[in-house]
Ligand binder design. Structure first.
Ligand SMILES: [Zn+2]
Length: 343
């Protein structure tokens, strides 16, 4: 018998309000941390950066915030750290909205919606990229794949790869980028810097202008109730650089943000965020830097008990613009966590 598509099951469960029932039954004493990256429309003309990093379109984001308003108590990073210090309880059904990296679209598309709902949020900044036109490696790679005329190339770490349409090209790119995350940060960048030549693409100087926020925009976010957290300076996977470099990345990003916004930084998100991307030594560095809560991309929600046991491995829910509202609701009750499906 053919198995029904997961999306049909999600739609049916959503219509029957089963996710709502599951939410009521399970989420009271769990912190639901939403992990957004970009808020944009990856199908708009001119979008030529890394589409898998788009967590929601502006319309999807507004719809998701409405669902949060109906079902959750949205808390701030300060609420979470105050709870961790034992100063006050968290409300039932707490949710925390987070964004990684510091993209300009957070300011342009997410902030107006957050203001409309009166929701606090946290943005984890990779400080070397803020106010600069330098691309993250995945955006540089995506740009090259979007603009190449080639349909095959011989890739380091992967060998000869072929594609014939935009879907297969994206699959090749995503697969190759995953391989890059397994080598040292220095080797990764060497391969990335060779990519424009490999794919025969020339990159204009202004190709990535304005892709991240300026520090002035960061300060405006802060003035509107958004907390800034640290996400390293250059966004390496911290287990792929030396322990000394990892410590410098943590301290450097925290100090830079504090200098720019004049507010202590007490939260952190691990680049890439999978279990292989952090370890006990890195968690100790975070504690030494005065970080009180650190966030992974291990699928959540996080139970309050496990957060108490270790506030440096807090689970989050990774979101994608491919999530329908029913799938979003399924993720929020922890279906990826229960079923073990990736993200
Ligand atoms: Zn990141």
């Amino acid at each position: 018998m053919k198995r029904p598509k997961l999306s049909l099951i999600f739609n049916l469960f959503y219509r029957l309000r089963l996710f709502y029932a599951l939410h009521r039954a399970t989420n009271r004493n769990r912190l639901t941390v939403l992990a957004y990256h970009r808020i944009d429309d990856p199908h708009r003309p001119g979008f030529d950066t890394f589409a898998p990093n788009v967590s929601a379109t502006p319309a999807q984001f507004a719809e998701q915030m409405a669902l949060l308003q109906a079902r959750y108590s949205v808390v701030s990073a300060a609420d979470v750290t105050a709870w961790l210090r034992g100063e006050k309880p968290l409300p039932p059904y707490p949710a925390l909205i987070t964004f990684d990296d510091g993209y300009f679209d957070n300011f342009k598309h997410a902030l107006p919606v957050l203001k409309k709902f009166g929701f606090p949020a946290v943005v984890f900044l990779a400080t070397n990229y803020i106010g600069k036109s330098d691309p993250f490696f995945w955006d540089l790679a995506a740009y090259c794949f979007a603009h190449t005329e080639k349909t095959t190339a011989n890739f380091p770490l992967a060998g000869e790869l072929h594609w014939h349409d935009s879907a297969s090209r994206t699959a090749v790119m995503v697969g190759w980028l995953e391989r890059l995350k397994t080598v040292s940060d220095a080797e990764k960048w060497a391969h990335i810097h060779a990519l424009p030549d490999l794919l025969d693409v020339s990159i204009p100087d202004d190709a990535f202008a304005g892709i991240t926020m300026s520090w002035a925009q960061v300060r405006e976010m802060v003035a509107n109730g958004v907390t800034m957290g640290a996400h390293t300076m250059s966004h390496p996977v911290l287990t792929r650089v030396s322990p000394k470099q990892a410590r410098a990345e943590i301290f450097g990003s925290k100090v830079r943000i504090e200098a720019e916004i004049g507010v202590p930084v007490t939260t952190f998100a691990y680049p890439n965020g999978h279990p292989a991307d952090f370890n006990a030594a890195i968690q100790q560095d975070l504690a030494d830097a005065g970080i009180e809560a650190a966030f992974t991309l291990v699928p959540g929600p996080a139970t309050l008990a496990e957060m108490r046991a270790n506030p440096f491995t807090i689970r989050r829910i990774f979101l994608s613009h491919k999530d329908s509202l029913p799938r979003f609701a399924a993720k929020l009750v922890g279906l990826p966590r229960m079923l073990g499906f990736p993200r």
